[in-house]
Design a protein around this ligand. Structure first.
Ligand SMILES: Nc1nc2c(ncn2[C@@H]2O[C@H](COP(=O)(O)OP(=O)(O)OP(=O)(O)O)[C@@H](O)[C@H]2O)c(=O)[nH]1
Ligand SMILES: [Mg+2]
Length: 300
């Protein structure tokens, strides 16, 4: 198998509304009973924002591995075990489906059972639970809230940066706070930034789409070679080419040519990234939980 291609582009996207959101989060965290942090099931660790972790650390916390319908189910199960093994509440869902919202509801009630009991004793059993919903852009926060509420109450769309200000959504028993997605002020890890770009949490305008497509092809070929081979009907020899050759081969097979017979690699790259995000390659997890050296040992 040929060498791996790692995109080296400097990814940076931290518009003003993200700075504002962090400030809002810091102010509003005091008024909520708990936090739902949505992670992308395909990259649970890369989608876990340390700044959000820091701000929300003092509150009961539940991790929701969203878009589990796009991820490898076996690896998602490993991630749930991983989070639970470090004492964190975790559930995997598809936020577009009612069942996902009910699963989260059950977990919230479990996580906050002590608080509910206390309120009941004080005769305040009817008070709504106030939950802040946080995460990276495009992870499905607004979609989740809409499914939970059973109606389209918050604006949701398939691009990052849709929610621009906070919005309370009131449903039976709960007040949910929808927040804009937040990224990293500055990425220390090229891998994290690239993973976030793969899944569409970074605005495509700031990305080199050909580098992104080559990185994605290279990474997925390493972990699920058959998925790329089958989707684009490649021979073993074609599959083993360099990332650039692979991009060209797929572009040629799809008839993406410019005048003079050259391959339109930019169009091919856009198509590849779109197809990956729409799970046309199949269900893919780009990250696995860290392996445990010793069952007794704790994770860092
Ligand atoms: N396949 C799949 N798609 C989902 C899921 N949840 C959300 N989506 C889609 O992901 C896209 C982004 O959803 P939003 O709810 O707008 O995401 P958000 O986190 O509110 O994004 P920002 O407001 O930009 O931070 C939409 O196209 C949703 O339909 C899921 O569980 N599975
Ligand atoms: Mg939103």
């Amino acid at each position: 198998m040929s060498e791996e291609f790692i995109p080296r582009q400097n990814i940076q996207w931290f518009p003003g509304h993200m700075t504002k959101t962090l400030r809002m989060m810091e102010a509003d965290i005091r008024q909520v009973d708990g936090v739902l942090q949505l992670l992308d099931a395909r990259i649970p660790l890369s989608s876990l924002n340390p700044e959000i972790e820091r701000i929300t650390a003092g509150k009961p916390h539940l991790y929701v591995l969203n878009k589990a319908d796009l991820a490898d189910p076996e690896i998602t199960a490993q991630w749930i075990r991983y989070f639970r093994s470090v004492g964190a509440g975790c559930v995997s869902i598809n936020a577009r489906q009612k069942g996902g919202a009910s699963a989260v509801k059950g977990q919230i009630l479990k996580e906050l059972s002590a608080l509910l009991e206390k309120r009941e004793k004080k005769g305040m059993g009817g008070a709504k639970l106030r939950i802040m919903v946080v995460g990276i852009p495009n992870v499905g926060k607004s979609t989740f809230i809409n499914t939970f509420a059973g109606a389209a109450r918050a604006k949701a769309a398939d691009r990052p940066g849709v929610t621009r200000g906070k919005q309370w959504v009131s449903v039976e028993g709960f007040d949910l706070l929808d927040m804009p997605g937040v990224l990293w002020r500055k990425f220390d890890s090229l891998e994290v930034a690239t993973n976030l770009a793969f899944i569409g949490s970074i605005k495509d305008d700031v990305l080199d789409i050909e580098e992104l497509a080559m990185g994605l092809l290279s990474q997925v070929r390493r972990i699920y070679p058959e998925k790329i081979r089958d989707r684009y009907k490649l021979s073993e020899e074609e599959l083993a080419g360099s990332a650039w050759e692979l991009l060209e081969t797929i572009g040629r097979k799809r008839g993406m040519l410019v005048s003079g017979g050259e391959i339109n690699t930019e169009r091919a790259a856009i198509m590849l990234v779109d197809e990956f995000r729409a799970s046309k390659w199949g269900r893919i997890s780009l990250e696995k939980p860290p392996a445990r050296q010793d069952e007794e040992e704790d994770y860092d």
